[in-house]
Unconditional design. Structure first.
Length: 328
């Protein structure tokens, strides 16, 4: 099953956050080898923190900030974390919105933004954040384009639990006076698709477009032998089917259940192949590396119909908003 935005929403810290006083009351020494200072006076256990994914480490930092500044309004990636918008890497900054400031200002890793354009403010589990529509439009302007596409797809995808409407996002974007990142935002909104069922699908689609491949149909249904099957990507010109995720989506299931799902998936793939559909699979890491996914598409005859866009493909190699480049 696709992961819902409500499941992604990080409404509490993944780890307990302790104040200096709490730790000392327990008689524990705050040695740097065993504790990490997240913000002034707030700590988490180092071993547990270092085992977290980059996005979960960011969640700890965001919740530590909220603990110290409970009335702050989170925006951009910090709001995305709370709203359940899919995240990537570990962002460098905590992002806060304050319309009353004369200009954006920074204090350590907290970046407080202001704008002439108003934002809807909502409260989620006691945390103040910019609303879903504003958060997505803001991210579409500044995030890595493939990331922004995945975020926008999730926000408008019923299957992913998104509650936004693409037309409303476009209207909101057009009403804003801010011109920063307008071309990037326009590309994201023009290519967003509510049929996308996962971030890897969205990023795969971005790579296909930038590599010049034929634009695929999403979630195409097939009726063969009394079964109804769907594909992530269908390429009409050659009747080929592409699928992202490989077998990894079943790894967390109980062994018996995962085994049955694998058998069903193999039968489905064989059924589609018998009907003359060339079939390719790739994993998310293949998408970020570009070449492995393109080799899979080439192997099943997907035509290149537009000139590749190397500058856009190059954006996949670096995330300037990330604290550290995460190797995939």
């Amino acid at each position: 099953m696709p992961l819902l935005m409500s499941d992604r929403a990080q409404l509490v810290s993944p780890l307990p956050i302790h104040s200096r006083e709490e730790v000392r009351m327990l008689g524990i020494s705050l040695h740097p080898s065993t504790w990490v200072r997240i913000r002034k006076g707030l700590y988490v256990e180092r071993a547990a923190f270092e085992k977290l994914s980059p996005w979960d480490r960011y969640a700890v930092r965001v919740h530590a900030y909220v603990r110290m500044h409970p009335t702050a309004v989170l925006c951009l990636e910090s709001a995305a974390l709370v709203l359940g918008i899919p995240g990537f890497d570990e962002p460098k900054d905590i992002h806060v919105f304050d319309p009353d400031l004369p200009k954006t200002w920074r204090h350590a890793d907290a970046l407080t933004h202001t704008s002439v354009d108003p934002r809807e403010i909502v409260v989620v589990s006691g945390i103040r954040v910019t609303g879903l529509r504003d958060t997505i439009v803001d991210l579409a302007r500044v995030a890595q384009p493939a990331h922004a596409l995945a975020m926008t797809d999730a926000a408008i995808s019923p299957v992913q639990g998104g509650g936004a409407v693409l037309g409303d996002l476009i209207e909101r974007a057009e009403d804003q006076r801010n011109r920063r990142g307008r071309a990037r935002m326009r590309w994201v909104l023009e290519n967003a698709d509510a049929r996308a069922e996962s971030p890897p699908e969205s990023v795969s689609r971005a790579v296909m477009l930038w590599s010049g491949y034929e634009k695929p149909e999403l979630q195409r249904e097939f009726s063969y032998d009394g079964f109804r099957d769907r594909s992530d990507f269908y390429f009409p010109s050659c009747r080929a089917i592409g699928e992202v995720d490989g077998w990894s989506k079943y790894e967390l299931e109980e062994p018996e259940k995962a085994g049955e799902r694998l058998k069903d998936e193999k039968r489905r793939e064989d059924r589609l192949r018998r009907r003359g559909h060339p079939f390719a699979r790739w994993e998310p890491r293949d998408v970020w590396q570009v070449a492995p996914m393109c080799l899979a598409l080439d192997a099943i005859g997907i035509p290149v119909v537009e000139p590749p866009q190397p500058a856009m493909l190059a954006t996949l190699r670096r995330n300037p908003r990330a604290k550290l480049r995460t190797r995939r």
